[in-house]
Design a binder for this molecule. Structure first.
Ligand code: LLP
Length: 416
């Protein structure tokens, strides 16, 4: 199993210097728990791997949008990749710098574009001709100039789950290389548009280096070609997508990734932007959940826990693997279990056929849920969302309170 932020010492499990059982006793379950040290170390190692290019690292907010975490990254100099007005408002609430924000996404509304222009974001990653015209017209009405990149879809296979692959010509994202040239020429003649960069993002949880090499090469030759047309590209936004090790994957290291990109860019004068999400935060979170019942059937054993698919969608949605460990130590017989939640759907599971030695009341941890965990959670089955905790050495900080029933019906009303 992959290396986890939870480690054992003399028979007890810890996150940083706090015993995990104590966290669950004090704050209840289900609970998302993050390690400040791992977040900071990962960010620093990522940045240092790229020291030659000195890129702007724009954390993909969708991976984990808690403002305490955004603030932590902002303090270390991070910028942000956003996909909505809500995410921009989170950056502001987290004291992040809007001037280090790139705005991706295929459906930006007039309001969102106006909000972003008024906060002077670094660049819009433009995904269609219609969007380019819309940005021009909103910028003009505000008497401002909007900085843009065109998101190019390089038609490379990221070899990842089809739902999280974005760089194939059949995907809804970006425009192809020929169309991008047309858009740059249009943009050049728009009085409220500033051409700043070029952008791509080919998918997520990519565990091989080749797709990154292929797409970077394609974009770099496009940049060279644009130059011959009198269009000067200042920054190259390579997107995110670097995978992590959930089970037995071996994704490229930060250094391998950095070296590959550095070699392709060569001595071109380009400011590099990266949009990592998962690779920065995925390993830094665990979901603590209490084992409510063991249910032994004739063909299967179930371990029913108090977290569910509404808390963590990834196994249900992508059949994703997450390690699951028992944080209690005892001598129960090892058996195979499906770890499932209380939601009324067969797809509500965290793991299947896991060999565990467990009994009722045990505390389990679902690992590597720092990215796309809480940020994809819902209230399905009228389940209040989990508490979020950030561990800093021997301190536990509540960074989002557990929801209550009042949160669930907020804004709802019955007819008079
Ligand atoms: N930039 C753009 C434009 C994106 O769409 C994404 C993720 C990222 C950056 C960050 O990608 P990362 O470095 O995290 O791979 N919910 C799915 C992942 C969806 C990713 C969507 N886009 C999951 O749980 O696996």
């Amino acid at each position: 199993m992959s290396q986890s932020m939870i480690y054992s010492n003399k028979g007890a499990f810890f996150i940083e210097n706090v015993p995990v059982i104590q966290i669950a006793e004090d704050y209840g379950t289900p609970a998302y728990v993050y390690s400040k040290k791992i977040i900071e170390n990962t960010y620093t190692i990522f940045k240092e791997s790229f020291h030659k290019l000195d890129p702007l690292i724009c954390f993909a907010v969708k991976a984990n949008s808690n403002i305490a975490i955004l603030n932590l990254l902002a303090r270390h100099g991070a910028g942000f990749d956003i996909v909505s007005g809500g995410e921009l408002k989170r950056i502001i609430a987290a004291k992040g710098d809007p001037k280090k924000v790139v705005f991706s996404g295929i459906g930006k509304s007039i309001e969102e574009i106006g909000l972003a222009i008024s906060h002077n974001i670094l660049a819009f990653n433009v995904e269609s001709e219609g969007e380019l015209y819309r940005i021009q017209s909103v910028a003009k009405s505000l008497n401002k100039k909007a900085a843009i990149s065109i998101r190019v879809n390089p038609n490379v296979d990221a070899k990842t789950h089809p739902y999280i692959s974005t760089g194939l010509k059949d995907n809804k994202f970006g425009v192809d290389e020929n169309q991008s040239i047309k858009l740059y020429q249009l943009a050049k003649d728009m009085d409220s548009i500033d051409i700043k960069g070029i952008d791509c993002h080919i998918g997520s949880q990519i565990t091989e280096i080749e797709p990154f090499i292929d797409s970077t090469k394609k974009l770099v030759s496009l940049i060279d070609h644009l130059k011959t047309l009198g269009i000067n590209i200042e920054h190259f936004d390579i997107g995110g997508g670097l995978g992590i090790n959930y089970k037995d994957e071996s994704p490229p290291s930060f250094t391998d990734y950095a070296v590959a990109i550095d070699q392709i860019i060569g001595n071109r004068k380009l400011k590099v932007i990266l949009e990592p999400g998962r690779s920065l935060i995925g390993k830094a979170g665990a979901l603590l959940t209490n084992l409510e019942y063991i249910k032994e059937g004739s063909s299967k054993n179930f371990a029913i826990v108090d977290a569910a698919m509404n808390d963590l969608m990834r196994p249900s949605l992508y059949d994703a693997y997450h390690g699951i460990i028992n944080l209690n130590t005892h001598q129960s017989e090892q058996k195979e279990y499906d770890i499932v939640g209380p939601v009324c759907e067969t797809g509500d599971f965290f793991g299947k056929k896991r060999l565990l030695s467990i009994k009722d009341g045990d505390l389990l941890a679902v690992l590597d849920v720092g990215a796309y965990g809480m940020s994809m959670s819902s209230n399905y089955n009228s389940r209040p969302r989990a508490i979020e905790l950030l561990i800093d050495n021997n301190k536990v900080h509540v960074i989002r309170e557990r929801e209550t029933f009042d949160h669930l019906i907020m804004g709802e009303s019955i007819l008079p």
